[in-house]
Ligand binder design. Structure first.
Ligand code: UTP
Length: 287
C-alpha cells in the first residue's frame, strides 16, 4: 500500500524552545544546515510520501515557504556559480507538494490533525509530529508503511522509555505479534509514573485511517484540557484494532535542548568536511 499524504501539525506554541521560538517556529530552528522540519519531510519522502498538509497558524507560514521555490535566490546563486547551494535550495523547494490549513486555536494535537480533515480523501494517511525526527534509512515512517501494508491495520510508532519518564508521553501496551510489532490493547496519554505497566511510548509517527477524523470530532478535552490524538486513537483501537511498531534508528526531540544540541553535532559529524574540525572543537569544549 502506498501512503501518499502526510499531515504535519506545526501549530503548537513551542514553549520549551523559548525564547528561540518567539518569532521563528521551533520547527524552523536549524539542525546543522537544515531546519528541523526538513529532516521530518525527508523521512516522509523516504517512506514514499509525496504530499504534505501542514497544519499551521498565523505565525508559521515560513514553514510552507521553505518547501516552495525561491526563484530570485536561485537566480542569484546560479549567476554567482554557487551550484552546491543552488542544488540544496532547489531540493528543498521540490521535494513535496505542499498544502496548508490553519489551526485557529491551539487546542491540542488531536484537534490539529482534525483541522486537515477536508484535505484528506485517502483511506490511510500518515501523521508526523513536526519537531520529532528519526534518522536511519529503514527507520521511522517507512516501518509503519510496511506494517500497515502487511496487516491492513493503522499503526503507531513507539520507542521504549525509562519507567520514570512515562508521564511525558502517550503510552501504549500490547501483545507482540512479530518482533517489534504489537497489537495494542491499551493506550493512555501521559499516565502517572507507576500507573501503567508498559514502557512503549508514542514518538510522533502514525499511519491512520480516514475514519479517525470521526473519532477526533467525538473526543472531549483530555490531559491538559487538550483534544488528544491518543484519546481518539484509543476509541478507534477498542473498536477496530491498531498496531504499534518499535522504531529503529535514532530519535531526536527538537523541543528538548539536549536532543536538539546533540542532533546538530550528530549531523555535523556526518559531513566529512566538518567532521574533523568539529570533533576537535567539541573535544576542546569538553576538556
Ligand atoms: P508539542 O506539545 O510537542 O509541541 O506538540 P508544542 O506545544 O509546540 O511545544 P511545547 O510543549 O509547548 O514546547 C506536538 C506537535 O503538535 C503540534 C506542535 O506544533 C508539535 O509539532 N501541535 C500541538 C499543534 O499543531 N497544535 C496544537 O494545538 C498542539
Amino acid at each position: 500500500m502506498k501512503i501518499r499524504k502526510v499531515v504535519l501539525p506545526v501549530a503548537g506554541w513551542g514553549t520549551r524552545s523559548l525564547p528561540a521560538s518567539k518569532v521563528i517556529p521551533k520547527e524552523m530552528l536549524p539542525v546543522y544546515n537544515k531546519p528541523v522540519i526538513q529532516y521530518v519531510v525527508e523521512e516522509a519522502v523516504r517512506a514514499g510520501v509525496s504530499e504534505v498538509v501542514f497544519v499551521t497558524n498565523r505565525h508559521k507560514s515560513v514553514v510552507e515557504d521553505h518547501f516552495d521555490r525561491n526563484i530570485e535566490l536561485e537566480d542569484m546563486l546560479a549567476r554567482a556559480g554557487k551550484f552546491d547551494y543552488l542544488k540544496a535550495v532547489q531540493e528543498a523547494g521540490s521535494m513535496v507538494e505542499v498544502m496548508a490549513v490553519r489551526q485557529k486555536e491551539q487546542l491540542g494535537l488531536g484537534h490539529a490533525v482534525g483541522c486537515a480533515a477536508t484535505l484528506v480523501q485517502e483511506d490511510f494517511f500518515a501523521v508526523m509530529v513536526g519537531d520529532d525526527f528519526i534518522v536511519g534509512d529503514d527507520a521511522g515512517l517507512v516501518q509503519l508503511v510496511q506494517a500497515v501494508e502487511k496487516y491492513n491495520k493503522p499503526a503507531i510508532g513507539v520507542m521504549e522509555v525509562p519507567a520514570d519518564k512515562i508521564d511525558k508521553y502517550g503510552m501504549v501496551a500490547g501483545e507482540e505479534i512479530e518482533e517489534g510489532v504489537f497489537r495494542i490493547s491499551d493506550m493512555v496519554e501521559k499516565p502517572a509514573v507507576g500507573s501503567f505497566d508498559s514502557r512503549l511510548a508514542i514518538v510522533g509517527r502514525y499511519v491512520l485511517p480516514r475514519d479517525i477524523f470521526r473519532y477526533i470530532s467525538c473526543v472531549k478535552p483530555g490531559k491538559g484540557g487538550e483534544i488528544q490524538l491518543t484519546d481518539a486513537m484509543r476509541d478507534y483501537m477498542l473498536e477496530k484494532g491498531m498496531l504499534a511498531v518499535k522504531m529503529k534508528g535514532r530519535r531526536f526531540d527538537a523541543g528538548d535542548w539536549v536532543d536538539y544540541l546533540s542532533a546538530g553535532i550528530y549531523f555535523g559529524l556526518k559531513d566529512e568536511k566538518l567532521a574533523g574540525p568539529l570533533r576537535e572543537a567539541v573535544a576542546k569544549l569538553i576538556g
